[in-house]
Design a binder for this molecule. Structure first.
Ligand SMILES: N[C@@H](CCC(=O)N[C@@H](CS)C(=O)NCC(=O)O)C(=O)O
Length: 215
């Protein structure tokens, strides 16, 4: 995919000739004696991802982008330094969390929504996020299981220890264990998290699992 971007070139040429030869491609303005010719150039528009490599939700977006073949301009967003609380960031995402995708002006937060969007918008086919209602529902079920249960319980248990310095809470740990047992149930007899092939549910769940593993 790509779109036209305007490159402003100041060049002293005969404007009439330029217009005649390239009517559709060249736009111009003529301030004072200079002729300004605007050449639209085919180029990839920026797709910025505000992210941190240590963040599980950000990594699931990275995995999806890679699978879909979308190049992202990675914007390191240092939460410790409060980059997510700066006015410009808050304008994009009042929820002050990463990841945030800015796809040439289309701004989207929530990792699972970003992954779905990348597949719907850019993938060659729908295998990563099927259009078939039942298949898609199954993928969504896994995504919602992750956001509401697995990833949430990981956050509840580990982040209170890591960032708030709280003592490990055995009740929270057993809730996390229960979430892992549920995931094992979903995976019984199958290779992928939802259906018969790799989907964004796998990208989502594997990043939660890997974050829990290293914590
Ligand atoms: N549900 C969100 C969760 C995003 C999230 O929790 N991001 C964390 C980093 S892993 C964050 O930015 N925290 C800073 C904050 O919430 O102020 C998603 O999946 O995108």
């Amino acid at each position: 995919m790509g779109s036209f971007t305007m490159i402003h070139i100041s060049i002293d040429i005969n404007i009439t000739k330029a217009l005649e030869s390239s009517k559709d491609r060249i736009h111009y303005s003529k301030p004072d004696s200079l002729l300004f010719v605007w050449l639209p150039v085919f180029a990839a528009m920026p797709r910025d991802l505000y992210y941190l490599p240590t963040s599980a939700p950000c990594r699931s977006v990275l995995l999806t982008a890679k699978a879909v073949g979308v190049d992202l301009n990675l914007v390191h967003t240092d939460l410790v330094q409060g980059a997510h609380l700066k006015p410009d960031f808050l304008k994009m995402n009042p929820q002050h969390c990463i990841p945030v995708l800015n796809d040439n002006g289309f701004v989207l937060s929530e990792s699972r929504a970003i992954c779905s969007y990348l597949v719907d918008q850019y993938a060659k086919d729908d295998s990563l996020y099927p259009k078939d209602p039942k298949k898609r529902a199954l993928v969504n079920q896994r995504l919602y299981f992750d956001i509401g249960t697995l990833y949430q319980r990981f956050v509840d248990y580990y982040l209170s220890i890591i960032y708030l310095g709280q003592a490990p809470d055995p009740a929270r740990f057993s809730k996390l264990e229960e979430a892992f047992q549920l995931l094992d149930k979903f995976l019984e007899g199958q290779t992928w998290a939802a259906g018969d092939n790799l989907t964004i549910a796998d990208f989502d769940l594997v990043t939660s699992v890997s974050s829990a593993e290293v914590s």
